[in-house]
Design a binder for this molecule. Structure first.
Ligand code: UDP
Ligand code: MG
Length: 332
């Protein structure tokens, strides 16, 4: 398969970078690499690189990566100093990738490497972003599928940036999009939003997302809720506006209701009554106030994290081979 685009003049330029964040995937890595290598075997050796990012795995993932790196060509391994989370690991990969096109891939084969040639074909037709839409999610609970469905639509409604529904991190990005994304230095990193932010010419390919081939999902329900909240607060200020509108609406209703009570007392001379109504209103208002303060706190917390401006990730080790030194290592 010919990978080099017409605009590519330098022969050795890397055409495709595959970025793979890895957290405790010791069972998956050899199987994953085998699949990926099979797909890439159709490409010329110098035209691709695989960037594995070890996101602070506590199992043998890093050693397995190093082993892969010593046996196969064009692999770069990055070892983060601890677990920074998938969003930070992908950021590290994006910062290091040199390809004219980059593809973000999970290590559990839920993003099938077999689709990469189709993504490249779309890129060669001139698209800057190839979104991979999940038309079905196999092996996931009904609740997860339903909540993901609702969440993507809610976020799209709230967000000021158009976000693609049912599209995860699995996408292809052209070099110019990658360069733009590298300028987004926010700490609160919701990658699905960040990847969508630059825009450009986009296309979507649908696929059925298979089950994880081995190992377990790294996300607990609480972590998914946190990620979801970070997506909303990072890409929308509508919740603050909703709180303001709710406040305005409740104040207006309270004014009308108060007016009614005054009239009622003046006309009918009604004495103290209505304990249940009072309790209900107090509790309702207390709830709305706490909720609004909570929403405000979410945004203040994000400002706090941004002002500290800590690095998004730290690199402990880096190993990179070329085709030549992979061969040398293999034979020596
Ligand atoms: N991952 C990571 N850091 C984390 C959690 C996950 O790098 O803190 C990687 C993980 O190794 C995998 C990808 O992110 O390659 C997707 O994770 P997972 O399959 O657990 O997510 P799910 O598919 O269940 O959403
Ligand atoms: Mg997965």
């Amino acid at each position: 398969m010919q990978l080099v685009t017409p605009q590519q003049s330098i022969k050795d330029e890397i055409t495709l970078s595959i970025i793979v964040p890895v957290f405790n995937e010791q069972e998956m890595l050899p199987i994953f690499h085998h699949h990926l290598a099979k797909v890439l075997s159709t490409q010329s050796e110098s035209s691709f690189e695989i960037v594995y990012i070890n996101d602070g795995s506590t199992d043998d993932s890093w050693n397995i990566m190093l082993d892969l790196e010593s046996h196969y060509a064009n692999i770069e391994c990055i070892n983060l100093s601890r677990n920074f989370g998938k969003e930070a690991a992908m950021t590290a990969g994006i910062d290091h990738a040199k390809g004219q096109a980059i593809v973000l891939l999970d290590a559990d084969l839920q993003d099938p490497p077999e689709l990469i040639p189709d993504m490249l074909a779309a890129w060669r037709q001139g698209y800057d972003v190839v979104n991979m839409r999940r038309s079905a999610r196999l092996g996931e609970s009904k609740f997860k599928c339903w909540s993901a469905h609702v969440y993507y639509r809610l976020l799209d409604y709230l967000s000021d940036v158009p976000l693609q529904k049912d599209v995860g991190d699995f996408r292809l990005l052209s070099r110019r999009v990658v360069e733009d994304i590298k300028q987004l230095s926010e700490r609160s990193r919701y990658m699905k939003g960040i990847l969508s932010w630059p825009g450009y010419k986009q296309t979507t390919i649908s696929f059925e997302r298979p089950e994880r081939a081995a190992g377990e999902t790294k996300w607990s329900f609480i972590q998914l809720v946190k990620l979801g909240l970070s997506g909303i607060t990072a890409f929308s200020i509508k919740p603050l506006r909703i709180a303001t509108w709710a406040g305005a609406l409740i104040s207006a209703s309270a004014f009308i209701y108060g007016f009614w009570i005054v009239i009622k007392t003046l006309i009918f001379g009604e004495a103290v009554a209505g304990y249940p109504t009072m309790m209900l209103i107090q509790l309702f208002l207390g709830g709305v106030q706490l909720l609004s303060i909570g929403i405000l706190g979410e945004y203040v917390g994000r400002i706090y994290a941004e002002t500290k401006a800590r690095p998004i990730y730290l690199i402990m080790d880096k190993e990179k081979n070329s085709m030549m030194n992979a061969m040398a290592k293999k034979h020596g």
